[in-house]
Write a protein that binds this ligand. Structure first.
Ligand code: CP
Length: 320
């Protein structure tokens, strides 16, 4: 694996999940693999889980991890080719990228979308410019449109549950939109949809209010409905996430609390497990009763971020 920015960088999803499970069972099994290697974690946006889990994963593989909060501590970067830099940006990625490539063996980047210009965000210019100029493998820590480390974690978490309680059919996985007070990126939902579709081992349903369609490039293959109750019927896993509008880009059209998942709504499921990537706004996006209940997987899911990151780092370190 030369880079990890989407599911298309993964040759075999189940093999990667299995590798993550091996790392979880024996975290220090490969602690010599990264000896003498350095990983740079560049954050243009905030993080708790991604930052810490990737550092722990790198340490488990013997790597030195250095975090750089570019947004707070670095020069403002310019990404446009041929830009006349007479504005606020101080350093071009054409200059910064190769320098970072000299310091690190692997570069990881978090760069959120603006939610102002869909074409720009969906071009993924920032992460592509890092890949172009750094000259070392790049891992997405969440980009403008995708969050692949989260999605690998999500499939690892689902696979673990299916290992504990096997089904004699494909699991029904429901991605449900949830209310939120501000416009959020589509990254987690896009990425989850892309990974579940590529995995191909689920009956996959997406439910959201009118006007909240995600890009078809990620959802194609899923059943899509605006009837949340119908979607939840018989579900084995319910993935809860807010996202802002894609068509009229980055807007909040809907904030109806009726879309928030409750125990009452869960009665129609197959005692579904509930997932969320965190952070979550309690009693806006998800109710206390669900988050604190026995069906919530959110803490296990966040814990699994370490093993997903470790599996990806292992793949990159061992690829020729
Ligand atoms: N789920 C997730 O990416 O969490 P952080 O934003 O805290 O890293």
């Amino acid at each position: 694996m030369k880079q990890f920015i989407s599911v298309t960088d993964v040759a075999d999803i189940n093999a990667l999940i299995k590798k993550a499970m091996v790392c979880k069972a024996e975290p220090l099994k490969y602690q010599q693999l990264g000896a003498g290697k350095r990983i740079g974690l560049l954050f243009l946006n905030p993080s708790l889980r991604t930052r810490l889990s990737t550092q722990v994963a790198a340490r488990n593989l013997g790597m030195e991890a250095i975090v750089f909060n570019v947004d707070k501590e670095g020069w403002a970067l310019e990404f446009e080719e041929g830009a006349i830099m007479s504005g606020n940006t101080v350093e071009h990625i054409k200059d910064a990228g190769p320098v970072l490539g000299q310091y690190f063996d692997i570069l990881c980047i978090r760069t959120f979308p603006s939610l102002k210009n869909r074409e720009d965000d969906y071009s993924e210019m920032f992460i592509h410019q890092f890949i172009k100029y750094a000259g070392v493998p790049v891992i997405s820590l969440e980009s403008a449109t995708l969050h692949p480390l989260q999605s690998l974690t999500d499939l690892l978490t689902i696979s673990e549950q299916l290992g504990i309680k096997p089904l004699n059919r494909k699991p029904k996985i429901v991605l449900t939109w949830a209310p939120h007070i501000k416009p959020l990126p589509q990254c987690v939902a896009n990425s989850f949809a892309e990974w579940v579709n590529a995995w191909g081992e689920a009956d996959f349903v997406i439910t959201h209010p009118q006007d909240y369609e995600l890009s078809e490039q990620f959802t194609k293959g899923a059943t899509i409905t605006q009837d949340q109750d119908a979607a939840l019927a018989g579900a084995d896993f319910v993935y809860v996430k807010n996202w802002s509008t894609y068509t009229d880009y980055g807007k909040v059209y809907e904030n109806d609390p009726a879309w928030m998942l409750t125990e009452e709504k869960m009665k129609n499921t197959n005692q579904a497990k509930v997932m969320h990537c965190l952070p979550v706004r309690r009693n806006v996006e998800l109710s206390d009763e669900i988050l604190d209940g026995s069906h919530s997987l959110v803490t296990r899911q966040a814990g699994n971020r370490v093993w997903a990151a470790q599996a990806v780092l292992h793949e990159i370190l061992t690829s020729k």
